[in-house]
Design a protein around this ligand. Structure first.
Ligand SMILES: [Zn+2]
Ligand SMILES: [Zn+2]
Length: 186
């Protein structure tokens, strides 16, 4: 048996969030998230259409299917896909698991909506893998106000991501699937 370095908690959790992401069915960026309380995983989520509805990657979401009408990173309010962070929060709600004081690990920096929901659920710390920012620069101040409200901060965790090209819409630039400049489509 070879000696393998033992990952620290952030790298351990992010590796699991990457595994959770493998179930994502959104046409945009694929995202996985997990919520940990006291260093124990209490909930997970990945992005896609609500349970029981046709998957986004099978044409289930009009907004994601029409990037010309809804440029990537916009129109989340008319998108029926549930974000990974929302799904992790909602699974905890459904099963009656408290998340106050929790840390969320997510493979993409949360969007505006997810940040405010995490904050209001009293999640204290956010650890993310890939960068994201609002497409409209005029929204960035307000976005950063949410970021700075997390008691234990919002920090990037650097982990090797072997499936980055599959998961990240921005990595598909040039393939005709995503316009240049966008960083997240779902
Ligand atoms: Zn979608
Ligand atoms: Zn989101």
């Amino acid at each position: 048996m070879t000696n393998q370095p033992r990952p620290d908690m952030d790298h351990y959790m992010m590796g699991i969030a990457i595994a959770v992401r493998s179930r994502a069915n959104c046409l945009g960026s694929k995202v996985g998230a997990l919520i940990a309380v006291d260093r124990r995983i209490v909930s997970t989520g990945y992005n896609g259409t609500p349970s029981g509805m046709r998957n986004c990657d099978q044409g289930g979401c009009d907004r994601c299917a029409d990037p010309r009408r809804f440029p990537p990173g916009t129109a989340y309010d008319v998108c029926i896909c549930v974000h990974a962070e929302q799904n992790a929060l909602l699974a905890a709600a459904r099963f009656g698991i408290p998340v106050a004081g929790a840390t969320i690990y997510t493979t993409l920096r949360p969007c505006f909506g997810c940040f405010k929901e995490l904050l209001q659920a009293q999640v204290e710390a956010v650890r993310y893998l890939h960068e994201w920012a609002p497409r409209d620069p005029s929204l960035r101040n307000e976005y950063e106000r949410l970021v700075s409200a997390f008691v234990s901060g919002v920090q990037q965790v650097t982990v090797e991501d072997p499936d980055r090209a599959w998961a990240m819409a921005s990595a598909r630039v040039g393939t005709g699937q995503a316009p240049p400049g966008e960083v997240r489509t779902s």
